[in-house]
Unconditional design. Structure first.
Length: 195
């Protein structure tokens, strides 16, 4: 919501800004009037603050001066477009959420440290897609024991017992897209080990 006092201040600065831009361009009120179709008296009142600026008046002026509308009104700069997520540590893994809304498809960048650990397959509702960025990722999925390298991907129903960890001497980094029901984790009994 816009602060009314701030809005009044922004509008009060439009007139001087219009005058400055017109003078920088070396245009007279008469010449600007001829190009925009706005009367000289209306242009003069806009510049002096005697007339409140409106979109219908500012658009032709912006077009005539070949400047973005933002420059005429002194709009604040757009915020930093980078996503700044807080990493989450889970079971020694670092997960960086890439999506912000709860529920639905979730995306994560995951870093699995290099360490020797025994697979502990789990199951839960959902569907997952993995894409390895760097390192080597060991994926145990039901009866499969795979090692994925950079650029390799896997997708699977998370109701199958699965586990992943680093398969090398360096951390494994991967992207994970997690299906709509994935946030409801259900740990089931571990499958019996053969032998």
């Amino acid at each position: 919501m816009t602060d009314p006092e701030n809005l009044d201040e922004v509008l009060a600065n439009v007139g001087p800004r219009l005058r400055r831009i017109r003078k920088e361009r070396g245009a007279t009120l008469t010449a600007l009037s001829a190009v925009t179709g706005i009367s000289v008296s209306t242009l003069s009142r806009l510049e002096s603050g005697g007339r409140r600026p409106s979109l219908e008046l500012l658009l032709p002026i912006a077009r005539a001066h070949q400047v973005p509308l933002d420059r005429l009104v002194g709009a604040p700069p757009v915020g930093d477009p980078r996503v700044r997520s807080e990493p989450v540590e889970r079971g020694g893994r670092t997960m960086l959420p890439l999506t912000r809304r709860p529920g639905g498809l979730q995306a994560y960048k995951v870093v699995v440290p290099a360490r020797n650990e025994e697979p502990d397959p789990r199951t839960h509702e959902g569907y997952e897609w993995l894409y390895v960025l760097s390192g080597r990722l060991r994926l145990v999925l039901a009866d499969h024991d795979l090692v994925l390298g950079p650029g390799e991907a896997a997708e699977f129903d998370t109701r199958l017992p699965h586990w992943f960890g680093s398969a090398g001497e360096e951390p494994a980094e991967f992207l994970s897209l997690f299906g709509p029901q994935g946030e409801r984790m259900h740990v089931r009994a571990q499958p019996r080990r053969k032998g």
